[in-house]
Write a new protein. Structure first.
Length: 322
């Protein structure tokens, strides 16, 4: 998004630091930036966006906040989401209440803004966008499965990482790769993982790495998902997606993948077994869906149009994701 905005506008980035040593400086920079800018643009309606949004309102400057995931979620059963009762809920309601335009990344996220209680007329849907490379899809026999996501305590159930590694017990002939940064929670997963699971740790450009380009299945069996960028990136590489019917995952996958119940390792393993032997044609359909439905060019066009509209005070009517 920064690259898109910089293609037409002068952009100044604010890395809001909330630790005591830098908080005062971050607040001062927020005020200075709001005075300077025509538009204040923030990703997520969290604490980092509070002061910039308030100062923008006080200086009569336009604001855009992208809503995506934790900032609009209310899932106490997995201890997830800022819209659970507490100070974060209050802050989120202030931020989204003051914001001129809220950009939801999916239809699902637009619906989740009901947790916030904002005026629906200022919600627009601008999905993520992806640029396809020209690398050909590898042959149909791609006998590995991957899942992409940071391994940390709050992600084990949220992203279905436990289900992924447990599914490996049912498919000894398939190699499983969990791609992403690791914290101490990886030890918990290793304790239940069979020998055909490998933890890669951090990999630069994970969605386009060699493991993804050669994988047969991309597994994202999440409890909650505001979009699913890792799934879309893997689909561009010819991976067959295996997901739950939760959050925005069905919006991304459509009819190009397999759906399994949340928390069901055996059903996940069964879907993986089908996916790793899928023909090239099926892989091309998954790739083509992302190219057709979520092109980067559309996000580029709509993001710039949104900025122009909020500066002019115009009303946008993008209530659908097409």
């Amino acid at each position: 998004d920064i690259d898109i905005l910089e293609s037409r506008h002068e952009v100044r980035e604010l890395w809001f630091k909330r630790d005591p040593q830098h908080l005062a400086s971050s607040i001062a920079q927020s005020l200075h930036g709001a005075r300077w800018a025509d538009v204040v643009f923030a990703w997520f309606g969290g604490f980092h966006a509070l002061f910039p949004t308030v100062f923008a309102k006080l200086t009569k400057k336009a604001t855009i906040v992208v809503a995506s995931g934790y900032d609009v979620a209310n899932k106490p059963e997995i201890a997830y989401g800022n819209m659970r009762p507490g100070i974060r809920r209050w802050m989120g309601k202030v931020i989204f209440g003051l914001t001129d335009t809220i950009m939801a990344v999916s239809k699902f996220t637009a619906g989740e803004l009901g947790n916030v209680g904002v005026d629906s007329s200022k919600i627009i849907i601008v999905p993520h966008g992806f640029e396809a490379n020209q690398i050909p899809i590898y042959p149909s026999q791609r006998t590995t499965a991957i899942s992409i996501g940071t391994v940390r305590k709050d992600n084990l159930k949220l992203k279905g990482l436990e289900t992924f590694v447990r599914a490996a017990r049912h498919l000894a002939h398939v190699q499983f790769y969990l791609i992403g940064d690791l914290d101490n929670s990886a030890d918990q997963l290793r304790a239940i993982s069979p020998g055909n699971v490998e933890f890669t740790g951090h990999m630069a450009d994970a969605g386009n790495c060699h493991l993804v380009r050669r994988a047969g299945a991309c597994v994202q069996v999440s409890y909650y998902e505001s979009f699913g960028c890792a799934v879309a990136e893997a689909m561009l590489q010819g991976c067959i997606p295996i997901v739950t019917r939760r959050g925005a995952l069905p919006e991304v996958v459509g009819d190009t993948g397999y759906y399994v119940p949340y928390g069901d390792p055996r059903a996940t393993a069964s879907a993986i077994e089908e996916a790793v032997s899928a023909p090239v044609k099926q892989r091309e359909l998954a790739r083509q869906r992302i190219i057709d439905v979520f092109p980067l060019s559309r996000r580029h066009e709509r993001l710039l149009a949104t900025v122009d509209a909020v500066v002019r005070g115009d009303t946008l009517d993008w209530t659908r994701a097409e």
